[in-house]
Design a binder for this molecule. Structure first.
Ligand code: SF4
Length: 348
């Protein structure tokens, strides 16, 4: 096994030649820029994040602007990136930073991990990349590199395995160039030590990598034990009034698509006409079942049966949580990805 110095030096030498240095958030790595990019990059590829990051920053250039914005607008700028709890926590944290820290991101592990949506690894990234302090990170890429390099068995979602990885990550930290080193770890995982087909022949760690020596790099890290994903069913009511507007409801802030705007939903066995009569005083002119669609969440699949209801509306005023929108205007709202793509094709 190589010494700590060998590992970090090998990575730094590789980084100097091949590391990524032109990502938008690297140009001016302020705490806000690093934090925003780290949150967006959780569960999302760099190539997808770049556009979202630039648009988000164009509208919310600093923590103050983000804190001042209504949640609805923040969600609209996040719309399509998924995992909306990330956006809600980002917004909550911006407000806490303005209120409790005078608008400056705190520079300690303890304070950062006390903020909504910031775990130990994100805090480590902010402290190293923006504040040049010496902390390990353990995002998905780094977990993979370390699990392979040390041939650590087991799924990193298990606390015991994760703890081993943290210990290794901590023991390898270099004394200098910490920001480059952390970036190098992320880059190696993203570009060479990929989930499938890692490019071991070009890897600077190859001669000492235990998974490579064992001839099975892809066997690490261990896979999450498989469970059958449950399927849930729902009906979307696409109500369209005489003006061509559609009815959208804002979902409760907790739960799936929290705070986003979506179609009224009823359970699969609920009767559409009695629902409309009972709750909406809506007279249905025509009802057409549209092609069903499916959306996959981490823990379940959602089968959605949309029904288009052309209707005449009597006496239903807009409420805060339920409004008629021209379809063009819906795209300014925070919409779940399947609602957005449904509205786009419906509009066409
Ligand atoms: S040798 Fe292969 S498996 Fe090992 S760290 Fe490098 S790319 Fe990953």
């Amino acid at each position: 096994m190589p010494t700590t110095f060998d590992f970090s030096q090998a990575l730094l030498d590789w980084y100097d030649l091949y590391g990524r240095k032109d990502l938008p958030w690297q140009q001016e790595p302020t705490p806000y820029h690093v934090w925003l990019s780290e949150i967006m990059l959780q569960q999302t590829q760099v190539s997808t994040v770049i556009d979202y990051y630039q648009r988000f920053l164009g509208r919310f250039p600093d923590i103050q602007a983000l804190a001042k914005a209504p949640q609805d607008e923040v969600l609209a700028y996040w719309s399509g990136l998924g995992y909306y709890a990330r956006a809600r926590n980002l917004h909550k944290t911006a407000r806490i930073i303005v209120e409790d820290y005078d608008g400056d991101m705190p520079a300690s592990l303890e304070a950062l991990t006390g903020l909504p949506g910031i775990g130990r690894s994100t805090a480590g990234a902010i402290l190293t990349l923006a504040f040049h302090q010496c902390y390990p990170i353990l995002d998905g890429n780094v977990k993979r590199v370390l699990a392979r390099f040390f041939a650590i068995e087991g799924w990193p979602g298990i606390k015991q395995v994760e703890n081993q990885l943290w210990l290794r990550a901590e023991s390898l930290l270099p004394k200098q160039r910490i920001a480059n080193y952390i970036q190098a770890q992320m880059d190696l995982g993203a570009t060479l030590c990929t989930r499938t087909k890692p490019d071991c022949p070009h890897c600077p760690l190859q001669t000492q990598c235990q998974a490579y020596i064992l001839g099975q790099p892809e066997a690490y890290p261990g896979k999450k034990p498989r469970k059958a994903i449950p399927v849930r069913h729902t009906q979307w009511l696409i109500m369209q009034n005489e003006l061509g507007e559609v009815l959208l409801e804002q979902r409760p802030s907790q739960g799936i698509w929290g705070g986003l705007w979506s179609f009224p939903e009823i359970s699969p066995d609920e009767d559409i006409s009695s629902y409309c009569g009972r709750y909406r005083q809506i007279e249905i002119q025509s009802s057409t079942a549209l092609a069903s669609l499916q959306h996959v969440f981490t823990h379940f699949r959602l089968n959605i049966q949309p029904t288009l209801l052309r209707c005449r509306v009597s006496g239903v005023a807009d409420k805060d949580q339920s409004k008629w929108y021209r379809i063009e205007d819906t795209f300014k709202l925070g919409l779940p990805a399947p609602v957005k793509s449904f509205l786009k094709s419906f509009n066409e």
